[in-house]
Design a binder for this molecule. Structure first.
Ligand code: C2E
Ligand code: MG
Ligand code: MG
Ligand code: MG
Length: 286
């Protein structure tokens, strides 16, 4: 009976709980199937400088699900992470991104363009991470200096010396590094200066609170000052309004990513969009 089963057992047989558990299991099985079928392909969101020139893009994974349509990471990333599947997904995304970047290298619209790719903790600490990334560079023929890997502050806490070592190894090949969602984790200048970093990405929660929230603005000012003193680029993500962009610029943040400027889009759409931008730029200088 229920009493002799104890609390844990009672909870397990809670039908609602059981539904959640089996839903996760189904998603997990579906993820394994989807990885096998190579259904994970990134969208690309352009990044801009103050003049409105494109400086790069971020690859953001999408699941081209045969029944559910195109799914954003929010629909699967937690379960994928728990099931130990993120390294497979990250690998697929990097491969696709590098293939695209190699294709784009000679196109005028893509000159001075770097591609940012997110990596998970599982991926960074995977024993075969370095050889695997180098293999992907070789297979795709991409210039590693065109690739920027995004990590988060919390990922570094697992094993700092190991993370630093891996980053330094890839750095020797020209790979760049960014800290994503910066300002939301624990960071000290002391450890930031030990990392081979190129860029800090101001977390969107601070940007979203602009222009009205003084606390967020103060945090942004501190991040920009920190970036400058460490000689790092700084980019704001989640820029949705012109007022936000202007305030960011006023406080020394020169690079932007967000719906105001462009949404994430499939590779072909990015290509078409960039060609068109270039074309209208040429027209406007006539
Ligand atoms: P992130 O790396 O911080 O990426 C920024 C997220 O903000 C993206 O969501 C992007 O679509 C969204 N975004 C961009 N501009 C705006 C804006 O103006 N307003 C709002 N509200 N949102 C904006 P997305 O694509 O759903 O990705 C969510 C997160 O999933 C990413 O956050 C990243 O942490 C993770 N992720 C995405 N792709 C990968 C991947 O290939 N590997 C790994 N490990 N994680 C990934
Ligand atoms: Mg990112
Ligand atoms: Mg972010
Ligand atoms: Mg994030």
């Amino acid at each position: 009976d229920a009493k002799s089963g104890g609390k844990g057992k009672l909870r397990f047989f809670d039908p609602q709980m059981q539904e959640v558990v089996s839903q996760r299991l189904r998603l997990q099985e579906d993820l394994v199937r989807g990885i096998d079928a190579e259904e994970f392909v990134p969208y690309f969101q352009p990044q801009f400088d103050y003049h409105g020139n494109i400086i790069g893009a971020e690859a953001l994974v999408r699941w081209y699900h045969p029944k559910r349509g195109v799914l954003a990471p929010g629909a699967f990333i937690d379960v994928a992470d728990e099931a130990g599947l993120m390294n497979c997904i990250d690998r697929m995304v990097l491969q696709y991104a590098c293939r695209k970047m190699a294709e784009w290298a000679d196109i005028p619209a893509f000159s001075s363009f770097t591609l940012s790719v997110n990596i998970s903790a599982a991926r960074l600490y995977q024993p075969e991470f370095i050889t695997d990334v180098l293999n992907i560079f070789e297979q795709t023929g991409v210039d590693p200096a065109r690739i920027k890997l995004e990590i988060t502050e919390s990922m570094l806490l697992n094993d700092m010396p190991m993370a630093i070592q891996r980053m330094q190894t890839l750095k020797q090949y020209g790979v760049r590094f960014a800290i994503d969602d910066f300002g939301t984790g624990y960071s000290s200048l002391l450890y930031l200066q030990q990392l081979p970093l190129d860029q800090l990405k101001i977390d969107q929660s601070f940007v979203r609170a602009l222009p009205d929230d003084d606390n967020s603005l103060n945090i942004i000012k501190a991040i920009v000052a920190m970036a400058h003193s460490l000689r790092l680029e700084v980019i704001a993500e989640g820029v949705e309004t012109e007022a936000q962009r202007q305030l960011l610029h006023l406080h020394g943040c020169q690079h932007y990513q967000g719906y105001l400027l462009a949404r994430p889009k499939p590779a072909e759409q990015l290509e078409a969009w960039l060609e068109q931008q270039l074309f209208s730029d040429q027209l406007s200088t006539l």
